[in-house]
Design a protein around this ligand. Structure first.
Ligand SMILES: Nc1nc2c(ncn2[C@@H]2O[C@H](COP(=O)(O)OP(=O)(O)OP(=O)(O)O)[C@@H](O)[C@H]2O)c(=O)[nH]1
Ligand SMILES: [Mg+2]
Length: 327
């Protein structure tokens, strides 16, 4: 999907335990030595590890089997077989692990550097020397290792950001993201320039504020029009929404209502989030008079006039984002 992988299906399995060994001591001058078969090693675990520097699941898309190593069998002279290596799957923050059949959420990995042991490897079997007794001095028996566990999983990414950008295509979302943050989201004077979500971060004192720029939304997006609603899930976990109203667009008065409607159809909760309206491209000649009309229509709403070109309003936008992020 446009080079942005936000869902992939995998099979994960922990390693089997190595089997215990049946062996007897063989030494010169000791013709019938006692049992000395060592234990099998433990199978490797399957571990999920959250990595901050990852932003997508693309690194998992080309592989569908993630199997940890099996434990090695025990050896003579009571030697343990070595444990199987763990299999570590790195994922970005915001990754949700689901059962592939039921879609049940098994884990929501939101934390940074979180380390979650998902499937434990099978225990190694005991070697035959454990089974010696007064009545049985030469046990020809050892335990086999316990099997590992296999699961089919859906790995899903729902980006975690403070503010989600919502607007029609071409409204100036990416331009603002690039201005406020270190991001390089492509900007161009045609619709649907942005095809995949982009994240950017700016700092306000101690706090880092993450902005999510998603592809433009059009009327009917919730029914699949344009790039559809595939990307709305990436702003589901934000503190607030910034609605961009393009003051160069003659339909500026109906834009907000249409955008909220699409969000509401997708998720009522999303449409109820704390919000700010950004009147973009205020440097255009027709903009000041249009802004008055917009303010008249929504007297109770906070509308911030912004021009990325002149820099007017940038400070107010930044402050509004900080406030929303804290809400
Ligand atoms: N006059 C004016 N034009 C602007 C301003 N901000 C952005 N633009 C222009 O508007 C066009 C679209 O900008 P983008 O930032 O790509 O818009 P977008 O909302 O990210 O668009 P999509 O990715 O297609 O949804 C570009 O030609 C920008 O140069 C502004 O403050 N004033
Ligand atoms: Mg864009």
């Amino acid at each position: 999907m446009f080079g942005f992988t936000d869902e992939t299906t995998i099979t994960a399995a922990s390693g089997h335990g190595g089997s215990g060994c049946v062996s007897f001591r063989r030494e010169k001058y000791v013709p019938r030595g006692g049992p000395d078969g060592g234990d099998g090693g433990k199978g490797g675990d399957v571990v999920f590890r959250v990595r901050r520097n990852l932003r997508t699941l693309a690194h998992l898309a080309s592989q569908d089997k993630f199997f940890a190593e099996n434990g090695k069998p025990g050896k003579g002279r009571k030697k343990h077989g070595s444990d199987g290596q763990d299999l570590i799957i790195d994922v970005p923050p915001g990754t949700i692990i689901r059962d592939a059949e039921t879609r049940e959420v098994l884990k929501d990995l939101t934390g940074e550097e979180e380390h979650w042991v998902f499937l434990e490897g099978g225990k190694g079997g005991k070697g035959n020397w454990h089974f010696r007794s007064a009545t049985r001095q030469a046990p020809r028996y050892a335990q086999s290792g316990l099997p590992g566990v296999q699961r089919n999983l859906i790995i899903e990414l729902r980006i975690i950001a403070d503010i989600g950008f919502v607007g029609f295509p071409n409204a100036g979302k990416s331009s603002l993201l690039n201005l406020l943050t270190n991001a390089h989201s492509k900007v161009a004077g045609y619709p649907f320039t942005t095809k995949i979500p982009h994240l950017g971060v700016f700092s306000s004192g101690e706090r880092l504020i993450t902005l999510a720029d998603i592809p433009g939304i059009i009327e009917g997006a919730s029914q699949g029009a344009g790039l559809g609603i595939t990307f709305l899930k990436h702003i589901a976990r934000t503190s607030g929404i910034a609605y961009f109203i393009d003051m160069g667009d003659e339909h500026f008065l109906s834009a907000y209502e249409k955008l909220v409607n699409e969000l509401r159809t997708y998720s009522p909760e999303l449409a109820r989030k704390p919000e700010v309206m950004i009147a973009s491209k205020m440097d255009l000649p027709e903009a000041p008079q249009r802004l008055e009309q917009l303010q008249k229509l929504y007297p109770q709403k906070e509308i911030i006039p912004l021009s990325v070109f002149s820099g007017a309003g940038v400070q107010q936008v930044r402050q509004a984002f900080m406030r929303l992020a804290a809400s």
